[in-house]
Design a binder for this molecule. Structure first.
Ligand code: RIB
Length: 303
């Protein structure tokens, strides 16, 4: 299968489950607590690897207990780790995540060692980019390095996918680096500086991204599914009807992006790739945790 290179962050997620996410100044009594693997890039790498993707992950971690959790996870999932930089002088990142009884969350992430990723770390892994068909990244790594990685991926003829999470500024000239851009509604609102409410708003937003130079736009809409547009076609795809209750939406976007690049690597048609990614994301919301909630291929086929 075509190989996939993912660049991003690993952190340990400290998850607190309660009836509600505390408001400013409020203390709530939680119900449950777990510490598990997270970080958007790492979650996407796990999503892709559990679906039998051939995945290299580029990141930076420390040499501590959280780093050990990451390396064990990659070994179990079959993520290739030669591109993972370990620095004993740095601490692996952490995220504090509050989850309410409907599975909604609020996240504060400290990228830790991954904040020190730099352009040389990308250059050191150019051989991997050269061999990869697809390059996927997000926006938890330093902005300049994220853009540099996309430029290098393009130079090496990869199909580029940017999941702009968390939404941060992108220079107008850099949108043309993106073969696929995968914001959710809130992230799309950030880039277009306007509210997106109706179906027409979503279609208009997609057009604006195409005008900015993005080749294919995918706006993920949570329980409403996903909207796709490029210069030839545009359509909505409904979310999967779940058999189980939603317990934790943390990492659902990551499940989607990881599954989508596996489908691209398998040369699925775009609509099939999106249906597959929707299904994987849906299943992930019925399980607790971020990386821990990513289903394997058999579980997806059987669902
Ligand atoms: O997308 C979910 C992820 O965002 C969590 O795992 C958390 O670590 C943050 O990076």
């Amino acid at each position: 299968m075509n190989s996939i290179c993912i660049f991003g962050v690993f952190v340990a997620d400290l998850c607190f489950f309660a009836e509600k996410i505390p408001a400013k100044g409020e203390t709530v009594l939680g119900k449950n607590h777990l510490v598990g693997p997270g970080g958007k890039g790492s979650n996407q790498a796990i999503s892709a690897a559990r679906l039998n993707g051939n995945v290299n992950f580029i990141t930076k971690i420390g040499k501590d207990n959280h780093a050990d959790m990451a390396l064990k996870l990659y070994q179990e999932a079959g993520v290739k780790t030669s591109s993972i930089i370990q620095d004993e002088n740095l601490s692996t990142g952490v995220a504090g995540i509050m989850i309410d009884e409907n599975g909604n969350n609020a996240i504060n992430i400290i990228s830790g060692a991954a904040e020190q990723l730099n352009n040389q770390d990308i250059d050191k892994n150019l051989d991997i980019l050269k061999k990869s068909k697809i390059f996927l990244t997000q926006m938890e790594t330093p902005d300049e390095v994220t853009i540099y990685s996309l430029k290098k991926a393009k130079e090496n003829e990869c199909i580029t996918v940017l999941n702009p999470a968390p939404a941060r500024n992108i220079n107008k000239d850099d949108f043309s680096l993106l073969d696929f851009f995968t914001p959710n509604e809130t992230e799309a609102e950030f880039y277009l500086n306007k509210k997106i409410k109706s179906e027409q708003d979503i279609k208009d937003a997609a057009n604006e991204f195409l005008k900015k130079g993005v080749k294919n736009i995918i706006i993920t809409l949570g329980e409403k599914g996903v909207y796709f547009a490029n210069k030839n076609e545009e359509y909505f795809i409904d979310a999967l009807k779940l058999k189980d209750e939603v317990v934790d939406t943390t990492g659902a976007g990551d499940a989607f992006n990881g599954a989508f690049v596996v489908a691209l690597a398998n040369e699925f048609k775009y609509k099939e790739a999106l249906q597959f990614a929707n299904k994987v994301a849906g299943i992930s919301t019925t399980r607790l945790g971020a990386a821990s909630s990513m289903p394997n291929l058999k579980e997806v086929e059987d669902y």
